[in-house]
Structures are given as structure tokens and as C-alpha cells.
Design a protein around this ligand. Structure first.
Ligand SMILES: [Fe+2]
Length: 384
């Protein structure tokens, strides 16, 4: 086994060689020693969690009626606590938290949802190359994504009214109205669902529904559903930690490629490539630094380009339109997808490595109020 050389990592960080750090699995293992990275992805799938027949019936009912479902506390709290530590450590080390997807455990969690996914997406369902891991800081600036539909360019239901693609969101810790839980406009209350999806608004505020979710809860919505992550508050006791991954039926045109087999974990390089491409893809919306976007560009070359076949720029996104006019949008993701190479941000002005300079040995144990002490790097604006 390769010997971990902490000083080498620190020196790479000081020199800004983030690509070398990011592509070294030992670096990630050092940050979170209790997690695994199976570099070739060849690890047997975990057994699915059983869901009672009446619960599955309710899932299907609410998906058809209102475009979403909730399975509260489906996953074990102990498992969520472990994942939460990894998210928090990456955040404190100033690495974008979607890098958690380098670890097997963040993918395997979704393998355990195979029963409910096969019941809603068909037994041969596929994984979309579309994910994020959220750390919504508990201050007055943190918030999730602004109101949107995940796939507003597609209006497609099965003959029996079921969705053909889903976003599956997991509460790693308790998501509350105070720390930025999810809100939705139920499909049955949305006059623009499913046939006028370009309109993204909720005029009758009383129809909006908050979805507080205890740790381990699984929330999922049809990608056409209007939803958002709320603003957090400094009065919240902890940040909101969550993750999301997309899925689709196998018998429809791919929404995005490469579609992934849920029984096989992506290789380490595939994971890095997808993480990197997401920085490109969402960088303009999330105000990511040029440093992160540049790292994303480098990492994206490690795997197959993500092609988005149906999406259109988010309506009203003035930054995106301005970038188009300025010629700074790079067509990396198919005919109409998002990529951004905007103006570079200011370089780091101190000796801190903007990404991952503060490596401690051993990796810090982070609990409770320690979260409030996490420093905010100049390169990473927490508006996820
Ligand atoms: Fe979304």
C-alpha cells in the first residue's frame, strides 16, 4: 500500500496543484479514513432496503398526484452521521462538497434504494450522471437552489401517470425550515404542470409545501416538479447536509449520457470526471470560483463527456445570456447545455491553499457546533 506522505500533500496544496491532489485516491482516503474508494468500481451491489407494500403504494400515489414522495427515516441515522462527517470534513478543508462522490459509500447509499427505484422507474432503471452534495451553511447567506424545475424542457409521463425521471434527495442530517429544507409546489396545485413547464412560478403562496426531513429521509420528485431549497438562518443549530442523484427509466430516450448502471459503481476516474464537469455545468449558477471551474475542466478529461440532450438554459438566467453574448459559453455538454468560462476570480491573497490547504493529521472529528467554526474560503461561496 502506498505510504501517505502528508508533507507532500501539503506542499502540493501550497503550490496550488489541486489536480494532483484530486486525482490521488490516497489523498481522499487520508481525509476520510473510514471511507473506501474502489478505483475500478467493481464491488458487489449492496442489498436493497425493504419497503412495505403499503408504503410503496403510497409512494406511487403521491408521485402521480403531486409529483413527489417522501420516505422519512428510511436510512439508518448511524450511516447518515458517518456521511455527514465526510461532508463536513471536506467543507472544512475547503474542497467543494460534491467531491464526496469520490467515495464508494455515497454511491452505495443509492444502491440500497433499488426496491423503491425499480418500483417507480422500472426494474432496468438507469442512473443519470447528475448529482450534487450540499452543505448549506447555517448563516443568513446559505440557501439551496433557487426555485426551478430540474428538467423544464421535458414534459413526459408514462401512460399510467408515473414520472419517467426522478431526482432522489437524501437528508444526511435533519433538514428543517430553519436550515433550508426543500419546498415544493405540489403538481396538483401547479397550473403549469405538466404541459407548460417553461413557466416556473408559484402564484398562490398558500399552495407551497415545506418538506422538513429528519436525517435518513429519502425525498424524490419528478424532474418536472417546481421546487427549491430554502434559505438557511443563523439561528439554525446546524448546517443542512444533503445529496441528490438523478434517475430515469431505461425505456425512454436518455435525458443525459453516459447513463450509468445502478449495480456498478463508476470508476474513480469516472467519478472525478463527473464531479469536474458539474463544476463547469453549474458554476455560473452557483458562483463558483474560476479556480474550481478550472479544476473541473482538468478533471472532466478523465471520463466521458456528459451530454445533456433535452435541457435549455434556466429561464431568466441573465448571467447565462450575458455569457452567451460575450462568447464565453463553451459547448461542452451537447447542443444546449451549460458551461461557463467567465472572468477569473481574484487569486488567493494569503498562504492558505484555496482548496484543501488545511490538512490536519489526523483528519478532524467534527460534531455539533464545530460546524459554525468552519472558515469560508475566498474561492467557495456557499450558496448551494
Ligand atoms: Fe432541483
Amino acid at each position: 500500500m502506498k505510504t501517505i506522505d502528508l508533507e507532500t500533500y501539503k506542499e502540493l496544496g501550497r503550490r496550488g496543484e489541486y489536480y494532483k491532489l484530486a486525482t490521488d485516491p490516497e489523498f481522499w482516503r487520508h481525509l476520510n479514513p473510514n471511507f473506501t474508494i474502489t478505483e475500478n468500481g467493481l464491488v458487489p451491489p449492496l442489498d436493497p432496503i425493504k419497503v412495505a407494500a403499503d408504503e410503496l403504494a403510497h409512494v406511487k400515489h403521491t408521485l402521480k398526484k403531486d409529483g413527489y414522495f417522501q420516505l422519512l427515516r428510511l436510512l439508518e441515522e448511524k450511516e447518515m452521521h458517518k456521511l455527514g462527517r465526510a461532508v463536513t470534513i471536506l467543507h472544512k478543508e475547503q474542497w467543494p462538497t460534491p467531491f464526496c462522490m469520490v467515495y464508494d459509500e455515497f454511491w452505495q447509499l443509492y444502491q440500497r434504494l433499488a426496491l423503491v427505484l425499480s418500483q417507480t422507474m422500472g426494474k432496468d432503471y438507469k442512473v443519470l450522471p447528475n448529482f450534487w452534495v450540499y452543505y448549506i451553511d447555517n448563516n443568513d447567506n446559505g440557501s439551496g437552489w433557487a426555485p426551478h424545475r430540474d428538467r423544464g424542457a421535458v414534459s413526459h409521463l408514462t401512460a399510467d401517470g408515473m414520472p419517467t425521471s426522478l431526482t432522489v434527495w437524501v437528508a444526511i442530517n435533519d433538514a428543517t425550515p430553519l436550515n433550508g429544507c426543500m419546498y415544493i409546489l405540489p403538481a396538483s396545485r401547479d397550473p403549469n404542470y405538466p404541459n407548460n413547464l417553461q413557466v416556473q412560478e408559484a402564484k398562490r403562496l398558500q399552495d407551497i409545501r415545506a418538506l422538513p426531513a429528519p436525517a435518513g429521509s429519502v425525498l424524490s420528485w419528478n424532474e418536472m416538479l417546481f421546487h427549491w431549497g430554502a434559505r438557511s438562518s443563523v439561528d439554525a443549530s446546524e448546517p443542512r447536509l444533503s445529496m441528490a442523484l438523478g434517475f430515469q427509466r431505461a425505456d425512454i430516450t436518455p435525458r443525459e449520457t453516459p447513463l450509468l448502471d445502478p449495480k456498478v459503481l463508476p470508476t474513480f476516474n469516472q467519478r472525478l470526471s463527473m464531479i469536474g464537469q458539474h463544476f463547469f455545468r453549474f458554476g455560473i449558477h452557483l458562483n463558483l470560483s474560476q479556480q474550481v471551474i478550472s479544476l473541473g475542466e482538468q478533471l472532466s478529461g478523465l471520463g466521458e463527456p456528459i451530454q445533456v440532450w433535452d435541457t435549455v438554459p434556466y429561464p431568466g438566467d441573465e448571467k447565462y445570456k450575458a455569457s452567451q453574448r460575450a462568447g464565453t459559453v463553451k459547448p461542452m455538454y451537447g447542443p444546449s447545455a451549460l458551461a461557463y468560462t467567465g472572468a477569473p476570480s481574484a487569486p488567493a491573497t494569503n498562504n492558505q491553499n484555496p482548496i484543501g490547504s488545511q490538512i490536519q493529521e489526523p483528519a478532524p472529528v467534527v460534531t455539533g457546533d464545530d460546524h459554525k467554526d468552519s472558515s469560508q474560503g475566498p474561492w467557495w461561496k456557499k450558496i448551494l
